[in-house]
Write a protein that binds this ligand. Structure first.
Ligand code: FAD
Ligand code: AMP
Length: 477
């Protein structure tokens, strides 16, 4: 007889594994099915985020930034270093060790929290009364399990560029881009989204000539325009990445050790560029491949996302979907929070997730982070607002760090003063944004932040000053 659970979670990315832990904590018998195998062919929990996304990319971003500092930035502090060397294999091994620590850590967390874990591919196989039957195909014979509740957390896959084959040697997606065995002399990147600029930054700092081709006429279209403009200035200036917006890729021809990309530039003129490696980073698509959604009638939208309501309920009773496979930003923390909310809903609690206060972060140098609405969105929605801004060049702590590029910008409602958005480009933006998230979740006004004591000297003073700036009373600029 098939083993039966209260909850089956399909996928052990940051959405699925967190949902499984929370469900078990709430006393629900839970199994989490995951198909991921690492390069050694071993099960590796944590999904895209831990295996080939957030964690390995941040490890390489840090390593490459240290290399850059040693080469170009320490001298300014009076620290002379000669003979700086680069051991790419060691850098990759460090990254792999970090990944391994976390992926094996999830297996331990499952044990600690009494979550059953199955390695294999899960798909809907029908219903048995009010229970869903899930078939799991692993290394042995297929197994069936049953559960009253299903959480679909199958994540996303890199979007294909039609006619271009990813071999993860010469033409790569994020997986290959995190594992080049040596620094490519000429690296092409198609797509100037988060993944494109992060991967481009890593390899540029390690020595590649990097060219990014972006189809849209604007750069970082989702970000605040002023932030995007400053980012473009920093990436194309001091960092030295070539970024061409409005570039329409026409063909990609792969050879054994190089690749030729033909594209039309924004004026419509044809260009041909030759690269040693190419990264295709044109976004990600929801992964419902082979899930057998139709067997149970699970509704997908026209773009392949599982359709859900505000509580991540699908069209089927007791079937939920979370993370990259549903609407909303494709971010790990959004997946995890949806996982917690769904587990609590299943356990009978009242839970919700506020998609309006999810922080976005791009881990370039300078870092970029924002929460809430941009000026462009506020204008389009006809919402009156006041803006306050403070540049890091006027921050003592940023000066001490030697990281003075960028600013904090706060947008608050012109009448109520409620904070509507905060946009940061600068050092540790990823950490600074939390204050804004907390403020917005608590419905704070810019005046609230202006009246809170911020440590001196700290980068957070820039947030304080931006809040003061909303009322035109900055003190240090
Ligand atoms: P995933 O992490 O994609 O996990 C889904 C899991 O389900 C996978 O293990 C998959 O193998 C498994 N699966 C799929 N179908 C089945 C099936 N039928 N049966 C069994 N298992 C199945 N986000 C951030 O917030 N911060 C970052 O810094 C960041 N950096 C990123 C860098 C890169 C290079 C990439 C590619 C992504 C990055 N992201 C980042 C995005 C983040 O990785 C995703 O938003 C997050 O992983 C989504 O989590 P998830 O649980 O929904 O799905
Ligand atoms: P993201 O969704 O953050 O991963 O970003 C993907 C980026 O790739 C976006 O800026 C898209 O506009 C861009 N993009 C999508 N398709 C193409 C394409 N064919 N050529 C170049 N850029 C593209």
């Amino acid at each position: 007889m098939a083993k039966s659970y209260d909850v089956v979670v399909i996928g052990a990315g940051p959405g699925g594994y967190v949902a499984a832990i929370r469900a078990s904590q709430l006393g629900l018998s839970t199994v989490c099915i995951d198909a991921w195998s690492n390069a050694a062919g071993k099960p590796s929990l944590g999904g895209t985020c831990l295996n080939v996304g957030c964690i390995p990319s941040k490890a390489l971003l840090e390593s490459s930034e240290n290399y850059e500092r040693a080469l170009h930035k320490f001298a300014d502090h009076g620290i002379g270093i000669t003979g700086v060397t680069l051991d790419v294999a060691k850098m990759l091994a460090r990254k792999d060790k970090i990944v391994d620590t976390f992926t094996t850590g999830i297996a331990l967390l499952f044990k600690k929290n009494k979550v059953d874990s199955m390695h294999g591919f899960g798909r809907f196989a029908g219903k048995n009364g009010d229970r869903y039957v899930i078939e799991v195909t692993g290394s042995g014979a297929p197994e069936s399990i049953e559960a009253r509740h299903v959480i679909v957390a199958t994540g996303s896959l890199a979007r294909d560029l039609p006619g271009v084959t990813i071999d993860n040697k010469v033409v790569c997606d994020n997986m290959g881009a995190l594992s080049f065995g040596e620094v490519p002399k000429r690296l092409g990147v198609i797509g100037a989204g988060v993944i494109g600029v992060e991967m481009g930054s890593v390899w540029r700092r390690l020595g590649s000539e990097v060219t990014i081709l972006e189809a849209l006429p604007s750069f970082l279209a989702a970000a605040d325009e002023q932030v995007a403009k400053e980012a473009f200035r920093q990436f194309t200036g001091p960092l030295g990445i070539k970024i061409y917006t409005g570039a329409k890729v026409e063909s990609v021809e792969t050879k054994a050790n190089s690749v030729t990309v033909a594209y039309a530039n924004r004026e419509g003129n044809r260009h041909v560029a030759e690269f040693d490696r190419l990264v295709v980073a044109i976004g990600r698509v929801p992964n419902t491949r082979n899930l057998n959604a139709d067997v149970v009638g699970l509704k997908l939208d026209s773009r392949g996302y599982v359709e859900v309501d505000g509580q991540c309920r699908t069209n089927l009773p007791n079937v939920f979907a979370i993370g990259d496979v549903v609407r909303g930003p494709m971010l790990a923390h959004k997946s995890s929070e949806e996982g917690v909310a769904v587990a609590e809903t299943i356990a009978g609690q009242v839970s919700h997730i506020n998609l309006d206060t999810i922080p976005w972060v791009i881990y370039t140098s300078p870092e970029i982070a924002w929460v809430g609405r941009t000026e462009k969105e506020l204008k389009a929605q006809g919402i009156p607002y006041r803006a306050g801004q403070f540049p890091f060049i006027a921050s003592g702590r940023a000066r001490a760090l030697g990281e003075t590029a960028g600013f904090v910008k706060m947008l608050a409602h012109a009448e109520t003063d409620r904070i509507l958005g905060v946009h940061i480009i600068g050092p540790f933006a990823s950490e600074l944004i939390s204050e804004a998230v907390v403020a917005m979740e608590f419905g704070a006004s810019s005046e609230d932040i202006a009246r809170i004591v911020h440590a001196h000297p700290s980068l957070s003073e820039a947030m304080h000053e931006a809040a003061l700036g909303v009322d035109k009373r900055t003190l240090n600029i």
